[in-house]
Design a protein around this ligand. Structure first.
Ligand code: AMP
Length: 286
């Protein structure tokens, strides 16, 4: 795996690969890699892509300074994992490389409803930061396909929207990969490392809530939602939201709709670690 720290160097290298007609598959990350991240690299490899990953803890998408300061950094281990997975190139830039003119002077994108609800409501400015950094990375890497995780469902929708704003034609394909989970169902996340042992033992409850939301479609959603909320509170979680939405546009739904493709989304703090997860309901509907 070739590692680049500067934009000029990686651009020159990627241009050579493109000249050789290689398809560039891009996996943007913030590091502290786990099997979920590696599954994205593996999917890109399976698709026959020349795989470029990036590790950049983007300061502009953190609304919570403590979350930013405590974000785990495990670069040596990350490099080993990416190499083992067959990743071809890693971009490991500094803040100055990514925001040479300062982040305040960069173009900002509007995502309307998508950036003001759920994660957007609880993390003001978060999706503006995501839009800014993904646009910058796309400009550098110029991928044929982006590989992102369903775990961050709303982020996938924001980035899909960004692609439609940035490209009139030949937009990179957006490949959304399934959530990789621990044995107890907990979605893998870099933030899981910050859980204490007792918190980690409880954290699978989030997934169990999603399973019960999916299983209890003959009940009223408001009742299932309250059951989940009560259970999480009892176990020491501080839920931000437990929501049901249309899977295609994230319109919030008050009740289950039998023939609609829906998504249940959940966010809760356990101590000072904020966890998110989601599950598609009726995946075969529209
Ligand atoms: P992050 O490093 O948290 O910004 O995540 C980088 C990419 O990995 C994003 O597209 C995430 O959605 C994806 N990702 C994070 N956790 C998982 C997981 N458990 N399974 C699959 N993809 C994931």
């Amino acid at each position: 795996m070739v590692i680049f720290k500067t934009v000029a160097d990686i651009q020159a290298y990627i241009a050579k690969q493109k000249a050789e007609k290689k398809k560039i598959g891009f996996v943007p990350t913030m590091g502290a890699l786990h099997k979920g991240h590696i599954s994205l690299v593996e999917k890109a490899k399976q698709d026959g892509a020349f795989v470029v990953a990036s590790i950049f803890i983007n300061p502009t998408q953190f609304n919570d300074k403590e979350d930013f300061d405590k974000y785990p950094v495990t670069t040596g281990q990350d490099i080993l994992m990416l190499t083992e997975a067959g990743c071809d190139v890693l971009l490991l830039p500094s803040v100055a490389e990514m925001y040479p003119e300062g982040s305040a002077n960069m173009q900002s994108y509007n995502f309307g409803y998508l950036e003001t609800m759920l994660e957007g409501a609880h993390r003001p400015g978060h999706f503006k930061g995501v839009g800014q950094i993904v646009a910058r990375l796309l400009d550098i890497v110029k991928p044929d396909a982006m590989y992102m995780g369903q775990k961050d469902y709303q982020q996938c929708m924001v980035v899909t929207n960004l692609l439609s704003q940035l490209y009139r034609e030949q937009a990179p394909e957006m490949v959304i990969c399934p959530t990789t989970r621990e044995q107890d169902g907990l979605a893998m996340s870099s933030r899981n490392r910050r859980l204490t042992e007792p918190q980690r033992a409880l954290a699978g409850r989030l997934y169990q809530c999603l399973v019960s939301i999916q299983a209890k479609q003959s009940d009223k959603f408001s009742i299932v939602q309250k059951e989940c909320n009560d259970l999480l509170m009892e176990k020491g979680f501080d839920p931000d939201y437990i929501a049901l939405a249309d899977a295609n546009n994230l319109t919030l739904l008050e009740e289950y709709e039998p023939n609609r493709k829906m998504v249940a989304l959940i966010a809760a703090k356990l101590g000072n670690v904020r966890l998110i997860d989601n599950m598609i309901i009726n995946p075969d509907s529209n």
